[in-house]
Write a protein that binds this ligand. Structure first.
Ligand code: DAH
Length: 363
């Protein structure tokens, strides 16, 4: 490499060339170009750096002027790079402001919101309707024993509901493991109806007037069919007050059904037998599809059964700590899925348990 020392004039023109070169290219430089330029001119072995090293070999009298020029060029290069960098950034900002503009007045994207399951919708509606009548919600356990589920309700020991084949008993500890399961000696079962909560409510609330409803899940050893399932929901109701009659029972339940199903629905009460009511009735609603004329949905009958009801048996009042000489009561226990099926004209309650969104989305 030529080591011929540069003269002051050589250095001066080399510095001016660097300056001209930078001035020329900087305006259109991209961020990457600027970085390359900085390294090529100002870097450790950059053009300007190399030229500055030559200063030492100049005559002392020439050094100040060339040194001053070199500093001037360096400052100009630095300033030009900084200015172009700033311009690029503000261009970026402008670009982003236009490309990322948000229109705050644009309508939002629709969000898919779910809704309550139809059985729950019906349960909530029933709460609402009966709340208007002064009934409050009272809840009880799903695991009961023989006393609460049967005995206290005046259900005799030989009643078929107590049969192993009708009721889900909890096994006596150890009997399952031993390969010979038998019902727990303390009679622990999954409740077969919400009626035991009648007794719990009377015991807890003590003084009539008592107006309670009990929504809840119940369990039976039922095979499932269009109107049965081993677990389902009931809405129990209990009113205890002075002078209540079958008229109050019928009026309340008629109002409840017509509020839920619509005023065109008729109701029917048929004599029945429950050991915890006297008299007892089965309660039917006219079919919503045929209006009572008879169709496939109601089996040609024109009526669909919702549940049972009656005037609370004096023994049951007494078991709840209420004086049957002074007070009377009425009670009912209706299936919520059956009521939902009646409201929405669903021919099979098993649809409610399948969780098929195509079915659920129709509500
Ligand atoms: N517990 C009955 C059942 O599950 C329904 C029922 C009938 C409830 C008469 C009542 C009643 O409160 O008074 O089939």
């Amino acid at each position: 490499m030529a080591t011929e020392p540069m003269t002051a004039a050589d250095l001066r023109s080399a510095l001016e060339r660097v300056r001209a070169e930078v001035r020329q290219g900087v305006d259109r430089a991209t961020a990457a170009d600027l970085e390359a330029l900085r390294i090529r001119v100002l870097g450790r072995s950059g053009e300007l750096t190399v030229l500055l090293r030559q200063l030492g070999s100049l005559d002392a009298s020439e050094r100040p002027a060339i040194g001053a020029l070199a500093n001037e060029v360096r400052r100009e290069v630095e300033d030009a790079i900084a200015a172009r960098t700033a311009a690029l950034h503000s261009g970026d900002l402008e670009h982003r402001l236009t490309s990322e503009r948000i229109d705050l007045t644009a309508p939002g994207l629709p969000v898919r919101v779910g809704h309550l399951h139809p059985t729950l919708t019906v349960e909530r509606e029933l709460r609402e309707i009966l709340h208007g009548f002064g009934f409050e919600v009272f809840e009880g356990p799903e695991i009961e024993d023989d006393w609460w589920n049967f005995e206290a309700l005046n259900i005799p020991p030989d009643h078929p509901a107590r049969d192993l084949w009708d009721t889900l008993y909890v096994a006596e500890p150890g009997s399952w493991e031993a390969g010979a399961p038998r019902p727990a000696e303390d009679g622990t079962i999954l409740r077969t109806h919400t009626s035991p909560v009648q007794i719990r409510a009377m015991e807890r609330l003590q003084q009539p007037p008592i107006y309670v409803i009990v929504p809840g899940r119940v369990y039976r050893r039922d095979a499932s069919d269009p109107s049965h399932n081993p677990t389902f929901m009931q809405l129990e109701g209990l009113a205890v007050d002075e002078g209540l009659t079958v008229g109050d029972l019928k009026g309340t339940l008629t109002y409840m059904c017509q509020s839920l199903f619509g005023p065109e629905r008729r109701i029917r009460m048929r004599p029945h037998n429950f050991s915890y009511t006297e008299p007892s009735f089965e309660f039917d609603s006219s079919c919503g599809i045929c209006g009572g004329a008879g169709c496939r949905f109601c089996g040609g009958d024109g009526w669909l059964e919702i549940g049972g009801c009656g005037m609370v048996h004096p023994t049951v009042l007494r078991n709840g700590g209420i004086d049957p000489e002074r007070y009377s009561g009425y009670a009912w226990g209706f299936g919520i899925e059956r009521m939902a099926a009646l409201k929405y004209n669903v021919p099979d309650i098993r649809y409610f348990y399948e969780n098929d969104v195509r079915f659920l989305e129709t509500f």
